[in-house]
Design a protein around this ligand. Sequence first.
Ligand SMILES: Cc1cc2nc3c(=O)[nH]c(=O)nc-3n(C[C@H](O)[C@H](O)[C@H](O)COP(=O)(O)OP(=O)(O)OC[C@H]3O[C@@H](n4cnc5c(N)ncnc54)[C@H](O)[C@@H]3O)c2cc1C
Length: 288
Amino acid sequence: MHSFEFERPTSVDEAVALFKQHGDNARALAGGTDLIVQMRIGRRTPGVVVDMKHIPEVSQITWDPESGLTVGASVPSHELYNNRDVRDQYRGLIDSVEMIGGTPIQGRASVGGNLCNAAPSADGIPALIALGAVCNIAGPDGGRELPVEQFCTAPGQNAMADNEFLVSLFLPKPAENSGARYIRFIPRNEMDIAVAGAGVSVVLENGNFKSARVALASVAPTPLFVEAAGSALAGKPVNDESIQAAADAAKAAATPISDMRGTVEYRKHLCEVLTRRALNDAVARARG
Ligand SMILES: Cc1cc2nc3c(=O)[nH]c(=O)nc-3n(C[C@H](O)[C@H](O)[C@H](O)COP(=O)(O)OP(=O)(O)OC[C@H]3O[C@@H](n4cnc5c(N)ncnc54)[C@H](O)[C@@H]3O)c2cc1C
C-alpha cells in the first residue's frame, strides 16, 4: 500500500479544518472495510487518511423518544444491532446491518461508510431511504442536511464536496402502526453482493396504507427510491392487490444491467418478488 499521513481529529471543527486544508487528497476512515480494500488495490490513493472514530458526533448513537434516532457516521453495525432502542424501533435497519458481510466485518463496518461508498448494491442504503433518513453533512460553510435518497449520484460517488464529510444520519421516530423490512437475494447464505434488494416501510391506518416508501438495491446506477411504489399504496386497502401494484411499480422502475450475478430480466423479476415479500413482512410488523 502507498504511504499516507494519518490524522485523528477529536471534534467536528478539527475535521472540518483538515478537509478544508487537504480537499480531495484526504479521505475519511470509518471501519475501513471498503476504504482499506480499495487502497490496497490502488483504487484510492489518499495522501491523508482521516480517522473519524474519535469525534463524538460521528461515533455515537442517540435515541430521542420524541424525535428519533441519530446514528454517527462511523457507528459500526454491531453497535446498532446490539442497541435495544434501535432493535425495538428500526427493525428494517437491523435487517440490513445484520447482513453486511459477516460477524468480523460487522464489528467495523458502519452504515455511514456503507452510504458514503455509494455502491449500487449497498445493503444499508435502501433501508435508510425507506425509513426516511436524512444525512447531516459538515463542511467549511457549516452544516447541511440531505435526504438519503438524494445522496448517491453515481456508482461510488456521492453528493458531498471534497471538503465535506458525513457527521451522522437522522432517522425520524417511526409512526404508530408502522413497519419496515429489508431483504435481498444472493445465491448463497452470506458474504455476497445483492443480486437485488428491497427496503420498504409502511404506515397503516384503519385497514389502509396511510403511506409507504420503497427503495431497491443493485438494479440501477445508485440505490433507487421508487416513489411510484409508495404512491401506489397510499390510501389503498391492505391487501394482495395493492401490494402487487406496488411490486409491479418497483419492477417497472428498475433499470438493472446484466452481469455474472444475473440478467436484466432476472433482476427485474426479483424486484417484483422482493418488494412484494418485503411489503408483506412490513405489514406483519406494523400489525405487531
Ligand atoms: C468481506 C466483505 C464483505 C462485505 N459484505 C457486504 C455486504 O454484504 N453488504 C454491503 O452492503 N457491503 C458489504 N461490504 C462492504 C463494506 O463492509 C460496507 O460498505 C461497510 O458498511 C463500509 O463501512 P466502513 O465503516 O467500513 O467504511 P469505510 O471503508 O471506512 O469507508 C467507506 C467509504 O466511505 C467514506 N467515508 C467513511 N466515513 C465517512 C464520513 N464520515 N464522511 C465522508 N466519507 C466517509 C470513506 O472515505 C470510503 O470512501 C463487505 C466488505 C467486505 C470486505
